[in-house]
Write a protein that binds this ligand. Sequence first.
Ligand code: GLU
Length: 293
Amino acid sequence: MIEIPRQKPKFRFAPSPNGPLHLGHALSAILNHDMAAEAGGDFLLRIEDIDQTRCTPDFEAGIFSDLAWLGLRWQEPVRRQSEHFAAYQQALQSLIGRGLVYPAFLTRGEVKARVAAFEAEGRSWPRDPDGTPLYPPDDRERSETERRRLLATDMKHAWRLDMEKALATAGGPLYWEESGDGETGIVRTDPAVWGDVVLSRSDAPSSYHLSVVVDDAVQKITHVVRGLDLFHATSIHRLLQTLLDLPEPLYHHHRLLLGADGNKLSKSLGDTGLAEWRRQGLSPVELRRRIGL
Ligand code: GLU
């Protein structure tokens, strides 16, 4: 009988060290860890620190000690995104070479003013699933000569995906396999709702979407387990995987934990961190119970 080599299951927990981990992160980390153990696979840790203004070594150290306190062990070495900008740049260059991205010069303030002026007339500007206004078409519609002229100045710019061209290049509709707590089965993507997403920022040589697909491929991740807040972002990830010829992992988007106000827990809003629960004497076993595991 011919043995078909099976890929070793690989799971990852990928926090950003821009604040203390809270109960929602604990749920994500424990699910990844336990699902990896059950599948006889590996549990990897990735530090998503491309935003060097908000990520700090202290928050990173906090992640390691919180996860160790939870009793989780991960495979070394930990992949730290800030050490791999060259890999993201290489992926970006391949998209630039095929004319699938364009330099975007509008500042956040200019976009905001444009949207406000438009909406002041009683119309509504289209927004993405996270509620962010879609990027205006100005930069996409620039001529090649104008683009080159602007690039030759030292004007700050990002790189954005030309969604229409990207979809045409990808061909037919794309799908992913989902086993999480929301819609399950084969899910049809809808990347167009995100508009021309940013792939490299003016203040960082990558973006979340670009780094995450490159890293999942480099780390040979077979199962992406993360919160339902990233469910719709999977459409962008499948599109980028297709354009960059990267493998397709399975996806499992788990339930989110809500705070007393009914909103999802958030680092930026200062929801109680794991270290604080620990200080108050909660044990890892009690914590598991508290988050419904
Ligand atoms: N770094 C992301 C976060 O902290 C998670 C990304 C992912 O799991 O794909 O929300």
